[in-house]
Design a protein around this ligand. Structure first.
Ligand code: HEC
Ligand code: HEC
Ligand code: HEC
Ligand code: HEC
Ligand code: HEC
Ligand code: HEC
Ligand code: HEC
Ligand code: HEC
Ligand code: HEC
Length: 353
């Protein structure tokens, strides 16, 4: 085997090399015409369709080592066949199944997503593979990570502008913080769910929990690691968990989810003046649902924090008392039992003697 190994390696290199040479040959033939920056055609609906492929961008792309004909089967013989050029949607439909052959997983997921559903209904504004990834210039979609939010932001301009000003967006775009969520951390890239569906909404605390329940992330950013735990132990969180388990329950969500108090794309630091949970504005946030909440309503609620003397002196005092007193009580009890046993032992020895 050891003697065979170099030969096998050579064979492998030769095969890959030949493959690459073959690709280069085919591609050069196509690019002889398609590198021309003026090559174009007019579609049936009057739109001008460029037929130029930039060789430099192609060589720098993830598909540089694919033959043109891997994606354009049947174009091997010249002159090659033509597509349906009656309109841009018809022209575009030619490639809807194209990426599936090599990326079946992403294709299957996309079929379950909101964009595909929109396309199936004839909404031509919704993106398919190449609208997010490009065509002949496809690069890694997540390098740098901020690229993801820019991709979605090309169409969702209003959401992206709000997100850019949020605590998450600022950290991403400002310092490239790898810990904050981009669009796809909450929505996923391919099987994007309908954000107004009950099941998805009830799942959002889990999305936040991926980071806000992680002590390492909390420590790196000086945040409390207990916000998930305290939320789930509270009436709002308990009700949310309960509603999740009742599949097909009443429509809508009848409790407060994280995003009801903190916002969604506009989440800011909890002590920022514009925060919906900053002390001065908190009661207004409660009133979205508790219409008759008085000014002192939020004060009666423990929110997320573990009790401390500054925030809830009474609760903290009671806890402190218990922590202090319980060891004495238990210790005292054990001591008493011990003394009793000892005296019993002494008494017995006395009676034997
Ligand atoms: C990864 C798959 C893939 C590879 C590899 C590929 N193409 Fe394409 N090509 C596509 C898709 C998808 C479209 C349709 C894009 C659209 O909607 O305009 C397309 C469209 C075209 C068009 C029509 C103009 C246009 O942009 O729509 C030309 C010309 C073309 N390709 C030439 C080439 C050449 C030449 C190569 C090799 C250098 C190549 N392609 C390699 C996927 C590919
Ligand atoms: C001799 C020049 C020439 C060569 C070589 C050539 N093409 Fe084309 N190609 C054209 C022209 C011209 C059109 C526009 C045809 C039209 O308007 O119907 C075109 C159109 C296309 C289209 C768009 C389909 C359409 O009907 O508009 C694709 C995709 C394409 N070529 C891919 C390739 C690939 C892949 C190769 C290499 C295997 C290749 N071409 C080689 C000249 C060429
Ligand atoms: C003939 C097979 C083939 C087809 C068809 C194909 N791809 Fe690819 N694609 C690959 C391979 C192989 C890679 C990995 C290249 C590498 O990592 O160097 C790749 C890489 C990618 C990547 C980068 C993935 C990453 O992790 O960085 C994206 C995005 C992508 N393809 C999208 C598409 C889209 C969109 C289409 C349809 C227009 C398509 N591909 C069609 C074979 C294909
Ligand atoms: C709405 C935009 C969008 C559409 C449409 C889209 N993608 Fe992606 N895709 C992304 C983003 C963003 C990423 C990377 C970020 C991530 O994984 O969170 C990605 C990642 C990928 C990758 C890298 C591996 C992976 O799964 O992370 C491949 C391959 C890929 N997409 C192929 C496709 C194919 C094929 C289609 C069409 C069926 C498609 N994409 C449709 C946005 C899109
Ligand atoms: C080419 C344009 C385009 C791109 C790129 C795009 N989208 Fe969309 N998206 C649309 C359109 C159009 C709709 C339907 C109209 C609407 O609600 O805005 C839509 C709908 C949605 C919806 C459902 C909205 C609702 O109210 O039901 C979500 C969620 C979504 N997109 C997320 C994303 C994410 C995440 C990305 C990036 C990975 C992305 N989109 C990239 C065009 C795009
Ligand atoms: C921290 C998680 C999170 C991040 C990050 C996020 N979203 Fe959302 N998004 C949500 C939630 C939760 C909803 C549902 C709101 C509701 O209850 O109706 C939503 C709703 C949406 C909607 C539909 C309703 C609307 O406001 O238009 C679109 C479109 C959307 N998001 C796109 C994006 C895009 C684009 C990005 C990136 C720039 C992004 N989201 C980043 C959590 C997030
Ligand atoms: C009923 C409203 C409400 C709900 C629901 C809620 N929060 Fe909070 N959250 C608050 C308030 C009020 C504060 C500020 C507490 C304080 O004074 O420090 C806060 C603080 C925070 C903080 C900052 C902690 C720190 O380090 O100071 C984070 C992070 C947070 N919440 C995340 C979440 C997540 C994740 C969820 C869902 C699992 C959630 N919140 C649910 C009201 C809420
Ligand atoms: C991918 C990880 C991730 C996800 C998912 C995520 N966050 Fe965050 N979040 C962070 C990080 C990291 C910070 C700290 C950013 C900074 O200050 O640099 C943060 C900051 C915050 C803050 C400000 C805390 C403060 O110090 O005042 C709030 C509030 C918050 N997130 C709420 C949410 C909610 C609600 C969700 C779910 C809808 C969510 N986050 C989803 C990582 C995440
Ligand atoms: C999105 C709507 C919503 C918001 C915002 C909201 N709540 Fe609630 N809250 C509910 C619902 C619905 C219930 C009853 C079901 C349950 O226990 O979750 C409830 C229950 C409660 C209860 C338990 C006692 C009772 O009245 O049933 C208290 C206390 C409470 N909320 C306090 C608050 C405080 C304080 C705030 C603001 C910081 C707040 N809530 C914000 C919807 C909300």
């Amino acid at each position: 085997v050891r003697r065979l190994a170099p030969a096998l390696l050579l064979l492998l290199v030769a095969t890959v090399g030949a493959d690459a040479d073959d690709a280069a040959d085919v591609n050069e033939e196509c690019l002889a015409c398609h590198a021309d920056p003026d090559l174009s055609t007019t579609l049936g609906d009057g739109a001008l369709q460029s037929l130029t492929v930039d060789p430099a961008a192609y060589a720098a792309s993830k598909h540089a080592r694919r033959r043109c004909t891997d994606c354009h089967p049947g174009f091997e013989e010249q002159p090659h066949p033509a597509w349906d050029t009656s309109s841009r949607p018809a022209y575009r439909a030619t490639y809807h199944e194209l990426c599936k052959r090599c990326h079946p997983q992403q294709h299957a997921r996309a079929e379950d997503g909101v964009h595909f559903r929109l396309l199936a209904q004839g909404d031509q504004r919704a993106p398919f593979c190449t609208d997010c990834h490009g065509v002949h210039d496809i690069e890694a979609p997540d390098e740098p990570r901020s690229r993801i939010s820019r991709t979605c932001g090309r169409c969702h301009t209003a959401v992206a502008a709000v997100y850019a000003e949020s605590v998450h967006g600022r950290a991403l775009l400002g310092s490239g913080d790898p810990d904050v969520p981009v669009c796809t951390d909450c929505h996923r890239p391919h099987d994007i769910a309908d954000p107004s569906s009950r099941a998805w909404k009830l799942g959002t605390p889990d999305t936040c929990a991926r980071c806000h329940g992680d002590p390492a992330v909390a420590a790196r950013h000086g945040m409390s690691p207990n916000v998930i735990k305290t939320y789930l132990a509270d009436f709002h969180g308990m009700t949310a968990s309960l509603q999740r388990r009742q599949a097909g329950g009443a429509p809508g969500v009848a409790t407060a989810l994280c995003v009801d108090c903190h916002g969604i794309h506009d989440i800011v630091k909890v002590d920022a003046a514009s925060s919906p949970v900053v002390r001065e504005r908190l009661v207004q946030t409660c009133r979205k649902c508790h219409g008759d909440a008085t000014d002192s309503f939020p004060a009666a609620w423990m929110s997320h924090y573990d009790p401390s003397f500054e925030r809830s002196p009474l609760v903290a005092g009671v806890l402190f008392f218990y922590r202090l007193i319980i060891p004495y009580i238990v210790g005292g009890l054990l001591l008493q039992v011990g003394i009793h046993a000892w005296s019993l032992f002494l008494a017995r020895r006395g009676s034997v003697a």
